[in-house]
Design a protein around this ligand. Structure first.
Ligand SMILES: [Zn+2]
Ligand SMILES: [Zn+2]
Length: 158
């Protein structure tokens, strides 16, 4: 797979000399993208916006991707879209000022890959549906009701 190595590893050291409120945006777009020997996603795109705060850096991230999923009703594979926004705080201080902050290493490099992956997959639905109104399978004969109906009476559930 042709993808850059550690594309989400960014040196934030340049921000230390910037005024509070200064920001720089790091847009990204990869398809496909494989997270460290794990899930492969398509259309991984979004941005990492780094903002200088009083004690460090606020990273505001927006990420979207599509992943392989299986519909819980009709059992057909489909592409599930995922989208999330989140933020994290980092500090140049030697010790975190609060539980919400992480330390910026001395070399200034932060790698957002794991965070992006974690937040993205939090958006994966517990019960993925190929379409919101998927008709599923007939409980009696197994007919795919999205394709055609059968003679069995469908009992509407809840
Ligand atoms: Zn379905
Ligand atoms: Zn049927």
């Amino acid at each position: 797979m042709n993808q850059p190595r550690r594309p989400f590893r960014i040196n934030v050291g340049f921000l230390i000399n910037q005024p509070i409120g200064y920001s720089r945006d790091f847009p990204f777009s990869f398809t496909p993208y494989q997270f460290e020997n794990e899930e492969i996603v398509e259309n991984l795109c979004g941005s990492i916006n780094l903002i200088r705060t009083q004690s460090g850096v606020q990273a505001v991230m927006e990420v979207s991707a599509t992943v392989d999923a299986q519909c819980v009703r009709c059992l057909e594979p489909f592409k599930q879209g995922l989208h999330t926004t989140f933020q994290e705080l980092f500090t140049f201080a030697r010790v975190p000022l609060s539980e919400d902050e992480e330390l910026i290493p001395e070399d200034g490099y932060l790698d957002f890959e794991q965070t992006i992956k974690d937040y993205l997959f939090l958006e994966f639905p517990i019960k993925p549906l190929c379409t919101p109104d998927c008709r599923g399978l007939c409980m009696v004969c197994g007919q795919k009701l999205n394709e055609s109906s059968c003679n069995h009476v469908v009992q509407e559930k809840g």
